[in-house]
Design a protein around this ligand. Structure first.
Ligand SMILES: Cc1cc2nc3c(=O)[nH]c(=O)nc-3n(C[C@H](O)[C@H](O)[C@H](O)COP(=O)(O)O)c2cc1C
Length: 203
């Protein structure tokens, strides 16, 4: 693989910002959207479980309906695209046999994975955490191809969103959402803690 220049990666991460205002008329091409979703699909997850689903909400009426439940954030209806990242529920993993089928399909012994998952204090939260890895990859890869984004945790409750989107809540929960499009506002300058405040080297 050709390596990407440090400066290009750094500028993508510096210029990625929480975009709250998108150009309504500027749409992401299907090719670019599929590229971003492919990056999401390739994301790593604990034990390789891939406990997610990427729900792309194209339907305009559904997006209008979602907006009040998402703190009336205008990007919900104005961004080119909206993706809800769904996490698998504990029920889906065990009662609906997702773990078993996932690992059998990969020719792997699943018993030890079940043992591991059973040690987790909150399985539903754990699957959501995996979704945030995909979220980060979505936002970074989008910026690398010139697309702005904003993660959306600002919604009333996952239950409310699931109801609007007619999600089978036995199987999936809404972990987080993300809007994508082209900015209609200046890039917000980065405000971050100093490197030495957040990085500690144990030598
Ligand atoms: C998981 C997550 C959820 C977020 N939810 C929202 C949201 O609902 N609405 C919003 O305007 N910004 C949201 N943000 C954006 C953050 O406020 C923003 O990323 C943070 O202030 C840092 O700014 P920057 O992304 O511009 O560097 C979210 C960010 C993350 C990572």
């Amino acid at each position: 693989m050709n390596t990407i220049a440090h400066k290009d990666i750094l500028s993508a991460h510096t210029e990625r910002f929480a975009c709250k205002s998108f150009k309504k008329e500027s749409k992401i091409t299907d090719k670019d959207l599929r590229f971003i979703l492919e990056i999401a699909r390739l994301s790593p997850s604990s034990i390789g479980l891939e406990p997610w689903k990427f729900l792309v909400i194209k339907d305009k009426q559904l997006r209008e309906k979602l907006r009040p439940s998402c703190w009336d954030q205008k990007q919900i209806t104005e961004a080119s695209d909206l993706i809800a990242i769904l996490s698998r529920t504990k029920k889906s993993l065990f009662e609906h046999n997702y773990i078993k089928e996932h690992f059998i399909a990969r020719d792997k012994e699943y018993a030890r994975y079940i043992d591991f998952i059973n040690t987790l204090p909150n399985i539903d939260e754990w699957t959501k955490r995996q979704c945030y890895i995909a979220l980060a990859n979505i936002m970074s890869s989008a910026k690398m191809i010139g697309i702005d984004s904003c993660a959306i945790e600002g919604f009333n409750s996952s239950k409310e969103i699931a109801e609007i989107l007619d999600i089978d809540t036995e199987q999936f929960d809404v972990a987080v959402m993300v809007t994508l499009g082209y900015r209609d506002m200046p890039i917000t300058p980065k405000s971050r803690l100093e490197f030495d405040t957040v990085v500690q080297m144990l030598t």
